[in-house]
Ligand binder design. Structure first.
Ligand SMILES: C=C(O[C@@H]1C=C(C(=O)O)C=C[C@H]1O)C(=O)O
Length: 94
């Protein structure tokens, strides 16, 4: 096989792997969103604030503690900052 052909096959293999990983990530994000929605209902029912900065800090600390790499903790936190931002908006939307 030509080198271009084998490079394309190699890329296609890794991209198939990434697509499969993305399916799992999307399912897990959706599960997280359902849990955040349930928490949002409890907060509204109890008159509690949606935004809980201390809890968010605990989530960042936990995520960094379990981060296996290769992403640096700071990059993982950036991803979580965006994720939590979306979860907060979801709780506010009702
Ligand atoms: C989901 C919650 O609500 C908000 C969103 C959080 C999250 O997505 O992890 C954490 C704290 C809150 O600001 C919660 O209080 O647990």
């Amino acid at each position: 096989m030509s080198e271009t052909g084998s490079t394309e096959l190699e890329l296609a293999d890794w991209r198939t792997k990434i697509d499969a990983i993305d399916e799992q990530i999307v399912k897990l994000i959706s599960e997280r969103a359902a849990a955040a929605t349930a928490i949002g209902e409890i907060k509204h029912r109890s008159g509690l604030a949606v935004y809980e900065p201390q809890r968010e800090q605990n989530v960042f600390d936990h995520v960094k503690r379990v981060n296996p790499g290769p992403l640096p903790d700071q990059e993982m936190q950036h991803i979580y900052e965006r994720l939590i931002d979306v979860m907060r908006s979801l709780q506010k939307k009702r």
